[in-house]
Design a protein around this ligand. Structure first.
Ligand SMILES: [Zn+2]
Ligand SMILES: [Zn+2]
Length: 348
């Protein structure tokens, strides 16, 4: 059997590159040669903090080339350029009402180990996917850029969750956290006409990147306006919408406290945190707090279209140096430390 290399989690902070037998695609499956795979915050939690069990191959933000198709697969053939998507069932209550991010069959819900938890993620030379979960890369879109479709779909879902009925133009918007996800939220909002985006981020290199992504103002968290001590005193000059992408508990509380009356806080950043939310502040000011997980029903296609449109500053959203599987762990540690301020891509 042909072999392939993959980066496997051995325990918290331990990752090795090992040879595996390359699987043959079964009925309804496609074997994809991975060209690029982005490193997600979830992968950092998974590999460095032990969120993912030993034996897991992480990586779910990938683009690649169809290498082989299994029996019964007619919609794809070898050489097709594809990105991954979630294998939502299409049949459960949530899929039927157009909220597939809540699909009861989604293996990602178990800890974000990749779209095919049973067969591993895409920090590997090859990846098995179900044929129906794949999306074609639009003509002319570079595979390197196409690998941003998954995290961009997450950003777009967060914007959908904010329910901006007349779009982001004219709204005072705070993006809390200037990491890769925050940068994508900024870029997507900007492409949609936002004209007043502030980013709050402690790391200077990320603040710089957030400005390149399109933020109008970038601040360190301690430069933000003060949160009114009394919940009765919501700031009239506060934010209409806060997108919290950092997953830091204090940032969630600050985001809530800086909303103007009727404002919306969208939680996008994952972190193992318990936050105390000021319930009376929410009540008195009729605030909305909502989570956003995964993507809209058409999220991956919408992200691919937006990437292909040329309306995003894609060169500023990705780290210029690609990473080999052997360098994955060291890169994860640098990402965690904030040494790499943008999305980094693995080239298995
Ligand atoms: Zn991700
Ligand atoms: Zn479902």
């Amino acid at each position: 059997m042909t072999q392939m290399w993959a980066a496997v989690i051995e325990g918290p902070g331990r990752l090795t590159v090992r040879a595996f037998d390359r699987a043959e695609p079964g009925p309804g499956e496609v074997l994809v040669r991975i060209e690029y795979c982005g490193i997600c915050g979830t992968d950092l939690h998974g590999a460095l903090e032990g969120w993912m069990p030993p034996g897991t191959i992480g990586g779910h933000e990938w683009s690649g080339r169809v290498a082989a198709v299994g029996p019964g697969v007619t919609q794809w053939s070898a050489g097709d350029l594809v990105v991954g998507g979630p294998p939502w069932c299409g049949e459960c209550e949530w899929c039927r009402i157009g909220r597939p991010a809540l699909c009861v069959a989604d293996p990602m819900r178990g800890g974000g180990v990749g779209h095919s938890a049973d067969i591993g993620g895409a920090f590997a030379e090859f990846h098995l996917a179900t044929a129906s979960s794949l999306h074609a890369v639009p003509d002319g879109l570079d595979l390197r850029v196409a690998a941003l479709s998954e995290p961009l779909a997450v950003a777009l879902h967060g914007i959908t969750a904010a329910k901006l009925t007349s779009g982001p133009k004219g709204l005072r918007i705070l993006v809390s956290g200037g990491g890769p996800l925050g940068q994508l939220v900024v870029a997507a909002l900007r492409a949609d006409g936002a004209d007043d985006i502030t980013v709050s981020e402690p790391a200077e290199p990320r603040r710089k990147q957030a400005a390149l992504a399109g933020a109008h103002k970038v601040l360190a968290p301690d430069e933000l306006p003060a949160v009114p001590a009394l919940p009765t005193d919501a700031r009239q000059d506060g934010f209409d919408v806060v997108f919290e992408t950092s997953g830091v508990a204090a940032a969630v509380a600050t985001g809530l406290g800086l909303l103007r009356p009727t404002g919306t806080l969208v939680l996008l950043g994952t972190g193992a945190m318990t936050v105390r939310l000021d319930a009376i502040r929410i009540l008195l000011n009729e605030l909305v707090v909502t989570g956003a997980y995964c993507y809209d029903a058409n999220g991956i296609e919408a992200a691919l279209d937006l990437l292909a449109s040329g309306r995003l500053p894609v060169a500023d959203l990705v780290c210029a140096d690609d990473v080999s599987l052997d360098d994955l762990l060291a890169t994860m540690i640098r990402l965690r430390a904030g040494d790499i301020p943008t999305k980094a891509l693995v080239r298995p």
